[in-house]
Design a protein around this ligand. Structure first.
Ligand code: C5P
Length: 237
């Protein structure tokens, strides 16, 4: 497989074409951003950690029958993935109140939700990724109602695999964000990344944060935190 022209550069990754039109080459960057890019810095080693963690989680999901765009890890910072057209929706799944949900609904961070909830946000930097209702999604023409139901189901299916997986490592999966893409044959597929950049993960005993909130809230070293998480994931059975 040959790495060819740069197709797209996002906040955390670069996407290159390859000699196979169905496959793209992803490079995880060392950039850390928060609050829609307002807070931004370079953290050496971050790309490598997220590449490894994301590859590991996509592999775990595949083992449990959930396919994604992930093809294979190529190097410390690179992976091959299927070429998909990203749906401009962020699918957020929440088990425990935190972040914007706690703020919006006036809930205490850490309150266990009576049921897992799924939210949709518009992936649009200019608008600051607003929360969307079903009606908003319909009038924007982002996806059909049946596809929306499918995204919700897929989000919950990922949650059903990841909650017990992390629980076994004594980690609570508080919430996470997923993105989906449309593949060459029109199939809807899990895409982007699943990493401590896109999940909230708390140590089940101490409540220690093992995710990007460490960077967002200046709670300590991001690379130390992500390395500690990776270590726990790699000793997993
Ligand atoms: O900020 P908020 O509480 O809405 O975030 C919910 C979850 O989605 C968190 O795990 C956060 O890391 C993730 N997220 C993300 N990218 C965004 C917004 C949220 O990965 N643009």
């Amino acid at each position: 497989m040959e790495k060819q022209a740069l197709l797209y550069e996002g906040k955390a990754k670069r996407v290159y074409e390859t000699n196979d039109e169905k496959i793209v080459w992803i490079e995880y960057k060392d950039e850390a951003t928060a609050f829609n890019g307002e807070k931004k810095t370079t953290i050496a080693g971050k790309g490598k950690l997220n590449n490894e963690i994301s590859a590991l989680l996509f592999e775990k999901l595949r083992e449990k029958g959930i396919e994604s765009h992930f093809v294979k890890k190529l190097s410390e910072t690179e992976q091959l993935v299927k070429n998909v057209q990203i749906i401009p929706l962020e699918v957020v799944v929440r088990n425990i109140a935190a972040g914007s949900l706690a703020k919006r609904l006036g809930m205490e961070e850490g309150e266990v939700l009576p049921e897992t909830i799924v939210e949709f946000y518009y992936k649009n930097d200019d608008l600051g990724d607003p929360l969307l209702t079903r009606d908003h999604i319909r009038i924007l023409g982002l996806v059909e109602e049946t596809e929306l139901a499918l995204l919700r189901e897929k989000g919950l299916a990922v949650n059903d695999v990841l909650v017990p997986y992390f629980k076994n490592l004594n980690i609570d999966l508080v919430d996470f964000k997923l993105e989906f893409g449309i593949g060459a044959d029109g199939e809807v597929m899990l895409a982007d990344e699943i990493s401590p950049d896109t999940c909230r993960l708390w140590d089940a005993e101490t409540g220690e944060k093992l995710d990007k909130d460490v960077f967002r809230r200046d709670l300590g070293s991001l690379t130390e935190t992500y390395s500690k998480l990776l270590e726990r994931l790699t000793v997993a059975p």
